[in-house]
Design a binder for this molecule. Structure first.
Ligand SMILES: *[C@@H]1O[C@H](CO)[C@@H](O)[C@H](O)[C@H]1NC(C)=O
Ligand SMILES: *[C@@H]1O[C@H](CO)[C@@H](O)[C@H](O)[C@H]1NC(C)=O
Ligand SMILES: *[C@@H]1O[C@H](CO)[C@@H](O)[C@H](O)[C@H]1NC(C)=O
Ligand SMILES: *[C@@H]1O[C@H](CO)[C@@H](O)[C@H](O)[C@H]1NC(C)=O
Length: 311
């Protein structure tokens, strides 16, 4: 058989084989990938067109790594997407830093800018994270929700939230003790609810002659996910990422405005809790709601078929 004859028929066969599969994947959540690498992708999350509830729940699978969309150029790897017991996602975010040479000149910096909320679903979890600052003459704070960029607010300054702390060492960090984030080499603060983004600013304080702590470092992190080590004052800042929890909820609704349970159960158009044995819960971090299985049931309340089943 000549190649000219083989090629079109092979193509046709391929098309015939592929087309129905592609169409089905776009229509039926049963046909959507349920995993990316080791990470489970439960509905309302999904990979590819038609597989998630909305753009806000789309996940990209790059080289077997699940990635969230981001408004900044940063790609955000996801390591856990959970529907129950709580609607949370665990991501990995690079640390922010500012490094100095022995003369005290800045030789490298990164403000950690990230926006996790391009389409509304996520908030940075205030219950599960803290903001940590490392350094020996260091003040740092995170600024969140740029008011002029549409982040709300309307206060004295450009951002709606400012939170941070300072860390100091009286000379080489002898008093900086492993396991103690107590303002010597390390400080930490709780964060406000409702955060959708993060950008770090470091105070402009002298750093000459500080070979024992050449970089100021700051990051959001799982409150049980980081223990201070004095050796971290020398960490490789360009390669270090930290685990951060996000809360998610259904925040789409009539006219694009997030709905509470009262509004969502009143207007069943687009109501997410479609399993017969599910119920609605108002979101605690940000507006909107989430779904859970009624007591005695378990499974995925966002699925009509085989959603919440009896335990
Ligand atoms: C995927 O991995 C390959 C090999 O490790 C690498 O060359 C490529 O750049 C990666 N692609 C993306 C989009 O990260
Ligand atoms: C994902 O996180 C949830 C909430 O903390 C936890 O219950 C679950 O075991 C985690 N899943 C995996 C695979 O680590
Ligand atoms: C806030 O957002 C606006 C619009 O996106 C931008 O022009 C401005 O530079 C931002 N302000 C700060 C302080 O980052
Ligand atoms: C119900 O929700 C739909 C879409 O979510 C919206 O278009 C419609 O206006 C809502 N109706 C009422 C009465 O709020």
């Amino acid at each position: 058989m000549s190649p000219t004859l083989l090629l079109p028929s092979t193509l046709l066969l391929l098309l015939l084989l592929l087309l129905p599969a592609v169409t089905a994947a776009a229509m039926d959540p049963d046909e959507c990938p349920t995993k990316c690498g080791d990470v489970d992708i439960p509905y309302p999350f999904g990979i590819g067109a038609g597989c998630s509830r909305s753009k806000g729940f789309e996940i990209t699978c790059v080289n077997n790594t699940a990635v969230l969309p981001s408004a900044t150029r940063m790609t955000i790897p996801v390591t856990n997407l959970s529907v129950a017991p709580e609607p949370v996602a665990k991501v990995s975010l690079p640390v922010a830093y500012r490094c100095y040479n022995l003369k005290g000149d800045t030789v490298g910096e990164f403000d950690g800018h990230v926006d996790v909320n391009t389409r509304g679903a996520y908030r940075i979890s205030d219950a599960r994270n803290v903001f940590v600052v490392l350094g020996c003459n260091t003040g740092a704070f995170t600024m969140n929700s740029n008011a002029t960029g549409g982040g709300g607010g309307g206060g004295r300054y450009d951002y709606r939230f400012y939170m941070g702390c300072f860390a100091y060492c009286d000379g080489p960090p002898g008093a900086a003790a492993d396991g103690r984030c107590a303002s010597v080499g390390c400080c930490r603060v709780d964060i406000a609810p409702g955060l959708t983004d993060n950008v770090v600013q470091f105070e402009d304080w002298p750093h000459d002659g500080m070979e024992y702590s050449p970089c100021d470092v700051a990051f959001l992190v799982d409150r049980d996910g980081y223990e201070f080590r004095a050796a971290d004052l020398l960490m490789d800042v360009r390669r270090r990422s930290m685990p951060v929890w996000l809360d998610w909820a259904i925040r789409d609704g009539g006219d694009g405005e997030p709905m509470s349970c009262a509004a969502a159960t009143g207007n069943r158009t687009g109501y997410a809790c479609v399993s017969a044995n599910s119920e609605c819960v108002d979101a605690v971090n940000g507006p909107g709601y989430y779904c859970r299985c009624k007591q005695g049931f378990e499974g995925n309340p966002y699925l009509e078929k085989n959603g919440c089943t009896s335990k």
